[in-house]
Ligand binder design. Structure first.
Ligand code: ZN
Ligand code: ZN
Length: 169
């Protein structure tokens, strides 16, 4: 998987200068709760502002991303549009870890990794086909969205209860 990396030296920024780049960044699928969510398109264009305060770099990342994957409750297709914004600073000559960016290594900004993590931080805890998704029947697995009145009179089959335990892990 090709990673998008920005060579900071090649930006040839003097102290006090800044620049703006619009870069397509390829994103690996996101693994959440055992499901996979993909960015569509796979390489959204990311706007990167780079500035050079004295002694280092400051970065600002902004982009919109569209994610698609299964609903976490009913497994029907779900999608989500996210606006992502993140900032980083990296001071070259410091012992203070707070001032080092984990995405800057050997004079390169690891843009793919940063964009990926920024999306994870911006994600809601649940990705649903719709906010009020009713999910699946815990007894038989039927979609409760399609069958709102669905219910069972008999006691649940213990085999399904086991499956539900597994799903929660
Ligand atoms: Zn759903
Ligand atoms: Zn049922």
């Amino acid at each position: 998987m090709s990673q998008t990396v920005i060579d900071l030296g090649r930006l040839t920024l003097a102290h006090g200068e800044g620049t703006r780049l619009d870069v397509p960044v390829r994103l690996d699928p996101f693994e959440l709760g055992g499901q996979s969510y993909a960015a569509v398109p796979e390489s959204p264009v990311v706007r990167l502002d780079v500035s050079r305060p004295s002694g280092g770099f400051a970065f600002r990342l902004r982009f919109s991303v569209h994610l698609e994957g299964p609903c976490m409750r009913c497994l029907e297709p779900a999608q989500l549009d996210l606006d992502v914004e993140a900032r980083e600073v990296d001071q070259a000559e410091t012992e203070d870890e707070e001032l080092r960016s984990p995405y800057v290594d050997e004079g390169e900004l690891e843009l793919s990794r940063w964009a990926h993590d920024a999306i994870l931080l911006a994600l809601p805890t649940q990705l649903l086909c719709r906010p009020d998704c009713a999910g699946l029947c815990p007894v038989c697995g039927e979609s409760l969205n399609d069958n709102p009145g669905h219910h069972h009179d008999e006691a649940p089959d213990p085999r399904w209860a086991k499956l539900n335990d597994l799903k929660l892990e």
